[in-house]
Design a protein around this ligand. Sequence first.
Ligand code: FAD
Length: 308
Amino acid sequence: MRVYETIRAYLDRLIEKGELQEELFFLAEAHPLSQLTTFRTGGNATVLFPLAAVVIEKLLPILVRENIPYFVLGNGSNVIAKDEGYPGLILSLEKMKRFAVKGNEITAESGFSVTALALTAKKASLSGIEFFYGIPGSVGGAVFMNAGAYGGECKDVLKSVTYVTRKGEVVSAGVEDLEMGYRTSVFEKNGAIVVEATFSLAPGDVAKISAEMENLMAQRVAKQPLEYPSAGSVFKRYEGRFTAKMIQDAGLKGVRVGGAQVSEKHAGFIINYDHATSNDIFQLIDHVKKVIYEKEGIHIACEVRTIE
Ligand SMILES: Cc1cc2nc3c(=O)[nH]c(=O)nc-3n(C[C@H](O)[C@H](O)[C@H](O)COP(=O)(O)OP(=O)(O)OC[C@H]3O[C@@H](n4cnc5c(N)ncnc54)[C@H](O)[C@@H]3O)c2cc1C
């Protein structure tokens, strides 16, 4: 049976048993992953859009037990979807975006955008997440990746998260238990799904918060090729060295494979310059890695993750 029918049957059984309601999710067959990723490339897949964490709680243990591959998507801003699509189930959390401000804390569901989170903090005169402004990711993706910019990192402001384990258990954990490091967290290893996160902020002055956010956005606009689809910086830093500088020094700016190009504006970015396929992007990544290895003798690693 195809993935769509299989998942539909499991969801129907959960509904029959009274454990789920139809209103709590959307299930899409052959959904274009190009619409769910900021690179705007990739083939089709069966996609489940939960509207509440209970859908994940009930379904995840079934996927694990039945060996159905799954991939969790936040805003798709740090991933590449293959041209042939994905054979398992994509769980897109983009519709789970409730949030609440309580005192100096903001709690948000995983699909809430971190840029919207920064705007929410500003409105509540709370400071500490100005650096999130302009990162096109979701709360869940920012936790998973420990997203950061301009000296700030998710782990500096994260207080706790709620996640669903592969067994379907709902666990709350403090940031100290999440092994958050440079663009990594425990979720890279344990396959659990973050459903909610609480950020601890400090009271601040709205005018100052606003000025800082505008300043950081101006830097992004000046330095990043935001006019093209991309997934941001493709490669991780290498032992403190800026990969973008190495790529620039290797003369790779502007190099193209098909419709993919190493950005002229920021060498760390690969952009979808002109109807790129994911294969174009993969080939360009391999080319950049090869040239850097030949020049510098080091293997640079991708920050961007492949949906596979
Ligand atoms: C123009 C541009 C600028 C960028 N600037 C920055 C920057 O300044 N700093 C920075 O750190 N990044 C930056 N990025 C990269 C990206 O936005 C971040 O990594 C972001 O945190 C990814 O979030 P997402 O929701 O899009 O995650 P996705 O791309 O959807 O997923 C990334 C990974 O997280 C996993 N994941 C997502 N949600 C969950 C969840 N709820 N539970 C478990 N796993 C989950 C996915 O399975 C995947 O492995 C930029 C990207 C672009 C396109």
